[in-house]
Design a protein around this ligand. Structure first.
Ligand SMILES: [Mg+2]
Length: 411
């Protein structure tokens, strides 16, 4: 299925989807341009309230994606909408903003008076977003105001920000500091609240769109709460372990944005059952793996299927509280199309549900694939005995096959 053909409207998250920091994610701007050229409607829906719509539109245009400010919906817009609905006497109310220009403009646009300097501690409204100029004084003033009774609003609570070098603290980390110092829970405007997609729906002339985001707990959950389909891209804040631990499952999983133009399987994942065994045996055989015990472990086997046919499989075992991931195979015609990543994520998810916190595997040919899934290579001697001396591992994995390890994130 080619998602670019299946949908006519798209709502793209920005950080981790279109760019990381100041650099575009490979192929993303061209993909957006291709969609525009095909007559698709595009909006950008970001939880990042630090910049203005004009700044984001300019950045999009400079990267070659095209873009006008009215296509950009940020959590600053959602914050303005929330303030108008939830805060009485907004006009003239003294507001202290910890955040960037986008958030300052949004708070000013609804008639609040922006506090500065020491008067900030007398504000009756504190609005917090991602602030790269955060200082102790800003936290001090916001804490004093909230403790004195100011209404506490957050543009979003993303824990991290996907930068080029890795994950930086996000708006959620700043909000957490204030939550700790005040004991007050903020009203939160951005994703996962679906309100931001109401703003996007207006920009799209009243129709929903395929949401493409890099974070399950915001992008995917907000899309689903709004009743919109959602694709997760693994190019930003979420990797395979985070997807496995996430509280929801996306409709589609993509490596990166360019995949919307590709003809790819978008399999459903489920537990295997008896009738799947011939398909599983064939996939294992093609992958050079033994299918001998497939029948006994069918209750601990997952399959990914498209058109009612399994195209990928994986099994797990739980030994002394630790997990062994085994028998991962993808049908030859679907290799390098994301099905392996999906079946591994879904199987790790099942292992987390079963209380597994650490996962080991031994692989002869797929070290690079599992490294991309988050596994680290370890010495064979570092395998716990329950795994290293497991009869199947001893029998089927040559001594030269690398061992790998992953600590699963807590749910
Ligand atoms: Mg993002």
């Amino acid at each position: 299925m080619i998602l670019a053909q299946a949908f006519s409207r798209f709502a793209f998250d920005l950080d981790g989807v279109v760019w990381k920091g100041d650099r575009p994610i490979a192929g993303a701007p061209d993909t957006i341009r291709t969609l525009r050229d095909a007559g698709k409607r595009v909006v950008f829906v970001t939880n990042n309230s630090s910049e203005t719509a004009e700044t984001y539109a300019k950045k999009l245009a400079e990267m070659g994606a095209g873009g006008s400010p009215d296509e950009v919906v940020s959590s600053a817009d959602a914050t303005a909408r929330l303030l108008e609905r939830a805060v009485p006497g907004l006009r003239g109310r003294l507001a202290y903003v910890v955040g960037g220009e986008g958030l300052l403009n949004a708070v000013a646009s609804v008639g609040a008076r922006i506090a500065s300097g020491e008067e900030s501690k007398d504000a009756s409204l504190v609005v917090v977003g991602w602030d790269r100029g955060l200082t102790f004084d800003k936290l001090r003033l916001a804490t004093l105001a909230v403790r004195a009774g100011a209404i506490f609003v957050a543009s979003n609570t993303d824990a991290t920000y996907p930068a080029q070098e890795g994950l930086w603290p996000g708006a959620g980390a700043i909000v957490a500091a204030l939550r700790t110092s005040t004991g007050v829970e903020p009203l939160v405007a951005g994703k996962p609240d679906p309100g931001i997609f109401q703003v996007a729906r207006d920009r799209l002339g009243g129709s929903p769109a395929l949401v493409v985001g890099d974070r399950v707990e915001t992008d995917i959950m907000a899309a689903h709460a709004a009743g919109w389909p959602a694709a997760l891209v693994l190019s930003g804040a979420t990797g395979v372990p985070e997807l496995a631990a996430a509280p929801a499952w996306p409709d589609f999983v993509l490596g990166r944005l360019t995949d919307v133009l590709e003809d790819r399987p978008h399999p459903q994942v489920r537990s295997a059952a008896g009738p799947d065994l011939p398909h599983i045996a064939t996939m294992l055989h093609h992958g050079g793996l033994t299918a001998g015990a497939a029948r006994e472990r069918v209750g601990r086997t997952m399959v990914a299927e498209t058109d009612r046919k399994p195209i990928a499989t994986a099994s797990w075992e739980r030994l002394d509280g630790i997990g062994l991931l085994r028998s991962v195979a993808v049908a030859p015609e679907f290799r390098r199309a994301g099905a392996g990543t999906i079946i591994v994520a879904a199987t790790l998810k099942r292992m987390i549900e079963e209380g597994v916190g650490e996962v080991y595997l031994v692989t002869e040919h797929a070290e690079k694939f599992f490294a991309a899934c988050g596994f680290k290579t370890i010495d064979r001697e570092q395998l716990p005995d329950a795994i290293g001396k497991h009869p199947q591992v001893v029998r089927e994995c040559p001594a030269s096959a690398p061992a790998m390890y992953l600590r699963l994130p807590a749910r």
